[in-house]
Design a protein around this ligand. Sequence first.
Ligand code: FAD
Length: 320
Amino acid sequence: MGEVLVLVDHVDGAVRKPTLELLTLARRIGEPVAVFLGAGVDTAAPVLAEYGAVKVLAADAAEFADYLVVPKVDALQAAAKAVEPVAVLVPSSAEGKEIAARLALRLGSGIITDATDVEPGDGGPVATQAVFAASFTTKSRITTGVPVITVKPNSAAPEAAPAAGTVEQLAVSFGELATGTKVLTRTPRESTGRPELTEAAIVVSGGRGVNGAENFHIIEALADSLGAAVGASRAAVDAGWYPHTNQVGQTGKSVSPQLYVANGISGAIQHRAGMQTSKTIVAVNKDAEAPIFDLVDYGVVGDLFQVVPQLTEEITARKG
Ligand SMILES: Cc1cc2nc3c(=O)[nH]c(=O)nc-3n(C[C@H](O)[C@H](O)[C@H](O)COP(=O)(O)OP(=O)(O)OC[C@H]3O[C@@H](n4cnc5c(N)ncnc54)[C@H](O)[C@@H]3O)c2cc1C
């Protein structure tokens, strides 16, 4: 079985969940080899091994933190040269997609972005995607070069499968482009204590039906009872009721949680584009004809100001 490179997403060695999902998917199509860039490999390696990495290729250099994506592309290209993988899997974050695109270009390979599943196929890995505002599900395979595939968070449940996880140093020489865009300052975002929207297993969103910034606490309370992230429709964001960083949709963030709860959201195509691959969709809307009800698994026709607080209360009570 060939080796599959998995680019590790981490914060100072703390491996983020999408990487564990990628390792789980990688095992279906080959032997996962994790590529760890930056500081903290000692912390990360045991976790990567627990989730199936047979090997961890590690490189640490100031360039990874001081410059934007290109140093990581240089490193991944070096890893691809060292390993000759059957595929490269990268998390579908904004950074991950840029790295993947640049890598595919350099390798002369095809690329598939935002896959929601990866499985073995006769001619190489087959990726599932939701396309055209998630109106169609496609299965595709790359026919040229080493398949480079970015995978959306929450596409697989991470499964432990202990492997050797032997750490090997990866030699990287940075090209001229690597130092083209320097990071001058970093400002940590104030933590809300809630999970990252694009990675959250549960997302609770509010739309125009929430009717004001002052009412969004109802949505936040439901989110907190479920340990969820808070999303918003563009109408709510444009009205200034919730930050732009929380917008879900075509021009906002794309989420793919296990559970998506839409409150006071009509279900416009541009909103669906960002949430339609959610595993289970629940909507609360007072209009029984709202288009959101066409795609839900469970729908409540009712006033969110009545329904949502009761739901929060019930969930909180059952949690005991
Ligand atoms: C190029 C482009 C890109 C776009 N990108 C995005 C995007 O990324 N994300 C996005 O969301 N939109 C996007 N839009 C906007 C999109 O077309 C819709 O206008 C928007 O999604 C509507 O938001 P909404 O559902 O909250 O509001 P509305 O469509 O006004 O729906 C509000 C809903 O709330 C219900 N409601 C009202 N009061 C209550 C109550 N008390 N209880 C329960 N239900 C209630 C109503 O019945 C209604 O269904 C984009 C549009 C364009 C043209």
